[in-house]
Design a protein around this ligand. Structure first.
Ligand code: PEP
Ligand code: MG
Length: 311
């Protein structure tokens, strides 16, 4: 079975009735773009740019970032690249950029909140992204968006940078990983080009369970019906505005998760490289209608273990 998965990894994930799911990769380093294509990815659904900033003595300069993004664009050879702006804070800290001590870092100045307060980090990154976008298909995605104000403020900064550089507009999307963003998804959907659901944080914030907490680990499950209902709500809001929804959290790379997400109407699944071949193979064994009934069933269940039992 492994062997056939491996042989068919370059083929798209087309269900038995012809429905196609886009399978893309999560990466963190420039060299991983080529590896993602090699693993069968049809693009990059999440570039975690914080990895370009970690394990260094200073932040990468605009030119260094431009070179890294351009290396990925070249390796992708026309396949899409979604660049998430710096998502630092929470569990990720930069040794050369001390953050104020916080009692609750995951509820603190994290992700877009940090970038909006630190133009020295945000502006060079946006400049590098817009410059690189002239070399191939790039989309920009903001992490940890909790309010419309976050989104408007981020867009305002990005648009200013874009105009200074004279770059063409690119698609702009947000991570859906905070419950408030789901509850306001109808409003966001009118303005964004796409949503990408971060089930790791969405699960953490919905269940109020630290995603890193060893004692809670087995209960922090992105297939919990509470999370699935939020995903359903997000897809419905996006569909009304003809916007597409991806998932880039761990649920996308889980074969049962991939089926349920497809049934909920998610059209792009972004996952770590080792999951790609198996998820594609699993999707090919079923139809859109079957994933829809599986998803509808999952939405009626009461616990994550009942959802897991559908496998
Ligand atoms: C997520 O929260 O699901 C996500 C994809 O982002 P990260 O894991 O980098 O927080
Ligand atoms: Mg996240």
């Amino acid at each position: 079975q492994r062997e056939t998965e491996n042989q068919t990894r370059y083929q798209p994930a087309i269900l038995t009735d012809g429905h196609r799911v886009e399978i893309v990769a999560n990466i963190g380093k420039a060299a991983e773009a080529a590896a993602a294509v090699e693993a069968g990815a049809e693009g990059i659904g999440l570039l975690r740019t914080e990895f370009l900033f970690l394990d260094r003595e200073s932040a990468p300069t605009e030119d260094e970032q431009y070179a890294a993004y351009t290396e990925m664009i070249r390796a992708l050879n026309g396949l899409p690249l979604i660049i998430r702006t710096l998502d630092i804070g929470g569990d990720k800290v930069l040794p050369y950029h001390p953050l104020a001590k916080e009692d609750n870092p995951f509820l603190g100045v994290r992700g877009i909140r940090l970038c909006l307060r630190e133009p020295d980090l945000f502006l060079p990154q946006l400049r590098a992204i817009y410059r690189a976008s002239q070399n191939g298909p790039v989309k920009i995605m903001f992490p940890m968006i909790a309010t419309l104000e976050d989104w408007h403020a981020a867009c305002e900064v990005a648009e200013k940078v874009r105009l200074e550089i004279g770059a063409d507009p690119v698609d702009m999307g947000i991570m859906i990983e905070v419950p408030s963003a789901v509850l306001m998804a109808a409003e966001f959907a009118k303005e964004v080009d796409f949503f990408s659901i971060g089930t790791n944080d969405l699960t953490q914030y919905t269940l109020a369970m630290d995603r890193m907490h060893p004692a809670l680990a087995k209960n922090v499950d992105g297939l919990h019906p509470a999370v699935l209902r939020l995903i359903d709500q997000t897809v419905r809001a996006a569909t009304k505005e003809n916007k597409w929804v991806g998932v880039c959290g761990g649920v996308a790379g889980d074969p049962l998760g991939a089926l349920i997400l497809t049934g909920l109407g998610v059209t792009e699944l972004s996952m770590s490289l080792p999951s790609i071949a198996a998820v594609k193979a699993r999707l090919r064994t079923t139809s859109k209608a079957k994933t829809q009934s599986l998803a509808q069933k999952a939405l009626t269940l009461s616990t994550a273990s009942e959802v897991r039992a559908l496998a």
